[in-house]
Design a binder for this molecule. Structure first.
Ligand code: F6R
Length: 247
């Protein structure tokens, strides 16, 4: 696992963004694994800039998102479908039919939706997966305790995750309690993975990711067994890497 410590979020976004831009230059029909949340927004801005300046095109790019809240209409402002359109898709020339975001509005149809997304992923090779990390070590919405063999499933979001995501909603009650997420085994099937973490609230998670035990208590630790992972962090997120005592 390679770690790149950057001055700040802007530098993370430029360096990690360059990776994606270079991939799309060398492989215009690349398949990207995409994340939502605060972490990748800077990368998406870099991609939009490169697209507007004619460096890259999304004409043949395919995308697969990690996750989506259960029970939110696609057009709800906090759905990940809306997030992706607002922060990337509406600003580049990606084709709607090449965009894949899991969707479960009616929980009764959840199992079928998981099977469908899993099948799609089985027949796909993701060239580059972008990840953020939850302060509890989740990747996608694979919360602590998720088996490393897990495929796409419906997860009960932990209180910690709902608290962390409350900032996007007007109250905690509005934050959905469930999500559909790519499973850990599907995430690590990507050829290359880049993980972004910025700010002091991510410092403990990054320290555990690098030096803590590998196991289901800390889902992101699965990345330690992947041969091609780079972590981009700023100084604040890197601040606990040395000298942490683990239970
Ligand atoms: C989002 C996702 C989550 C986030 C994580 C960090 O699609 O899968 O794992 O990456 O919760 O979120 P931010 O970047 O908002 O701190």
């Amino acid at each position: 696992m390679e770690i790149i410590i950057c001055k700040d979020y802007e530098e993370i976004s430029k360096k990690a963004g360059k990776e994606v831009i270079d991939l799309l230059k060398s492989k215009p029909a690349a398949t990207l694994g995409l994340a939502t949340g605060s972490s990748p927004i800077g990368i998406y801005n870099e991609l939009i800039r490169a697209y507007r300046e004619g460096e890259i095109t999304f004409e043949s790019v395919k995308s697969f998102n990690l996750d989506e809240y259960v029970g939110l209409d696609r057009n709800h402002p906090q759905s990940y479908y809306s997030f992706m359109h607002e922060h990337l898709f509406d600003k580049v020339n990606i084709k709607e039919e090449n965009i894949h975001i899991p969707y479960v509005f009616d929980l009764n149809k959840g199992f079928a939706a998981c099977k469908k997304y899993s099948k799609l992923l089985e027949n796909t090779e993701i060239d580059l997966q972008i990840l953020g990390i939850g302060s509890n070590g989740h990747i996608g919405f694979n919360e602590p305790g998720t088996p490393f063999t897990q495929r796409t499933f419906i997860v009960n979001l932990t209180d910690k995750t709902r608290q962390d995501n409350k900032r996007f909603f007007s109250s905690l009650e509005e934050v959905p309690t469930k999500a559909i997420t790519m499973g850990l085994v599907e995430i690590v099937q990507a050829k290359r993975i880049i993980l972004i973490a910025s700010g002091a609230p991510k410092a403990m998670a990054i320290a555990k990711l690098l030096n803590g035990p590998i196991g289901t208590k800390f889902p992101a630790s699965i990345l330690r067994s992947h041969p091609n992972v780079t972590i981009f962090v700023d100084k604040a997120a890197a601040s606990l890497i040395e000298g942490v005592i683990y239970e």
